[in-house]
Ligand binder design. Structure first.
Ligand SMILES: [Ca+2]
Ligand SMILES: [Ca+2]
Length: 104
C-alpha cells in the first residue's frame, strides 16, 4: 500500500473533501495499492543512432562527430554517442561506430 499526500492550496475552497478525497489536518490522503503503480520504460534510439531514425548507419556520422568534437552538447545525443558505454562521448567511441558500420 502506497500513501500519497497533497496539501490543498490556500485559495482552494476549504471543505471536508477535495475531489472526493477526505481532508485530514489540511492534507488529502490518497491510498493506492502498490500494484496500481505502473512504470513504463520506453526504449529510445539505439546507441549510435544520433539522428533517431531507428538505424545506425553512415547518416549518423556527422551528428556523432559533432558530439565527439564537443560541438553538440544535447544530453540525448551525448548518451547515444557513447558507443562503448564508458560514460563519455569522445574519440574512444569511433572504433565501435566503425565496427557497427562494418557489420552492415
Ligand atoms: Ca540513424
Ligand atoms: Ca564512450
Amino acid at each position: 500500500m502506497r500513501t500519497c499526500f497533497a496539501t490543498p492550496r490556500p485559495t482552494q475552497h476549504r471543505s471536508r473533501s477535495l475531489a472526493g478525497l477526505p481532508i485530514s489536518n489540511d492534507a488529502v490522503e490518497l491510498s493506492l495499492p502498490a500494484s496500481s503503480i505502473t512504470l513504463l520504460a520506453i526504449p529510445g534510439p539505439p546507441p549510435g543512432d544520433i539522428n533517431a531514425d531507428g538505424l545506425v548507419n553512415i547518416d549518423d556520422l556527422p551528428g556523432l562527430v559533432a558530439v565527439w568534437l564537443g560541438l553538440d552538447a544535447d544530453p540525448h545525443h551525448l548518451i547515444r554517442a557513447d558507443l562503448n558505454a564508458d560514460g563519455m562521448a569522445d574519440g574512444d567511441d569511433i572504433a565501435q561506430f566503425v565496427e557497427i558500420i562494418g557489420s552492415l
